[in-house]
Ligand binder design. Sequence first.
Ligand code: UD1
Ligand code: CA
Length: 453
Amino acid sequence: MNLHVVILAAGQGTRMRSSLPKVLHPVAGKPMLGHVIDCARALSPERIHVVIGHGAEQVQQQLDAADLNWVMQHEQLGTGHAVAQALPDTAGAEQILVLYGDVPLLQVATLEHLSRQAGAQALGLLTVNMQDPTGYGRIVRDAAERVMAIVEQKDASPEQLLINEGNTGIMALPGGRAAAWLGSLSNQNAQGEYYLTDVVALAVAEAVPVEVAQPTSEQEVMGANNRVQLAVLEREYQARQALRLMTAGVTLADPARVDVRGELVVGRDISVDINVVFEGKVSIADNVIIEANCVIRDSVIAAGSHIKAFSHLEQAQVGEDCEVGPYARLRPGTCLARGAKIGNFVETKKANIGEGSKVNHLSYIGDAEVGSNVNIGAGTITCNYDGVNKHKTRIEDAAFIGTNSALVAPVTVGARSTTAAGSTITMDVPADSLAVSRARQRNISGWKRPQKK
Ligand code: UD1
Ligand code: CA
């Protein structure tokens, strides 16, 4: 079936009280509209049209992609008018699926079901039975339970307001009828708008079958009109992620206190303590332990590694059986080989740390190649920046960097060599040597402290 998707995203979203267009407000770090577009993509439609108006430039700029057709709706005259703007670009469509840019939790399976049920000939509606349908259009059925019309809250009679079946707004239009139906909409109603929902009565009048599908839950079709609803969507999304993780074999100390903002791939027997945030693309292998309050962004953690509390990882690769933290900061380009240890208050950047090497305390290791079985003492700094350019530090296998060493790059410390504590190393150190660069200590015997006058 030739399927076109039209996503409505032109509304202002006044109640967000924001300079950011409503559909750009994020759920799990991604604009709501981005979620809807991804959901549409999963249906592999012929074309995706996005109707924009308020903040159009900003919306298009943030989400532009080759497979999207941006359609301008200059004045927001109603949902029917909005879909009509996309019609000139939907030639050949057998079905036009209408989605909302501010309903981000919609599931692909629900849409597939709706789309299949409606096919090319029927009108498909996604409806939901609600505890409190206030504000939603109501599905009006006849005595035989056949759908007759949708009536908006503001146009409904007192009896119609008692109907609990609400219109989600998600709709599948038969391509062959869409143009005629949308062309005959009127705006003679309580809001003076061209209602997309009026196509239901038109379908009924023409004896076009109306098919109804329902989502798996009410939350799936929730929209966000304000930041309170946005927060509800966020929690719902995170609850789903937590469920997915636990099902996959991850132990969560508290499923309500973990956040996934991106794509998290997990192995089995992983343990995640409270308040851990995963951002971007993160992959975690079997038996990894992540302690409380870590932020892990665009990183890979291999099997058996242990990330201790309050650590921050960004574009880092952690090999097998490593230990990181507590309070470690692995910045982009950090790569730890098997069994490496990065301890508290250590910052690394563009650093390869070899197998079994240790940087246990209070150090900065940047633009560095560190071999295997190296021990880097507390307070070691790679002085990688001369104010203009960055330079490399090389520390070869089994070297021992004494406490409080300053390694002024470019510089190499050879294999098995030692730098004495407190040294400033400005020249290469050959293999198997000791480098000392500090003033010799003098002791003055019998020296008297100054007295207060
Ligand atoms: C609409 C439905 C209502 C349904 C409800 C579900 C109509 C007439 N009513 O009502 O039956 O229960 O959604 O949330 O369709 N938009 C545009 N251009 C416009 C108008 C709207 O792009 O001219 C977009 C909005 O940005 C929004 C979506 O369409 O994403 C829905 O618009 P909104 O004004 O929220 O519709 P409701 O009045 O809530
Ligand atoms: Ca709405």
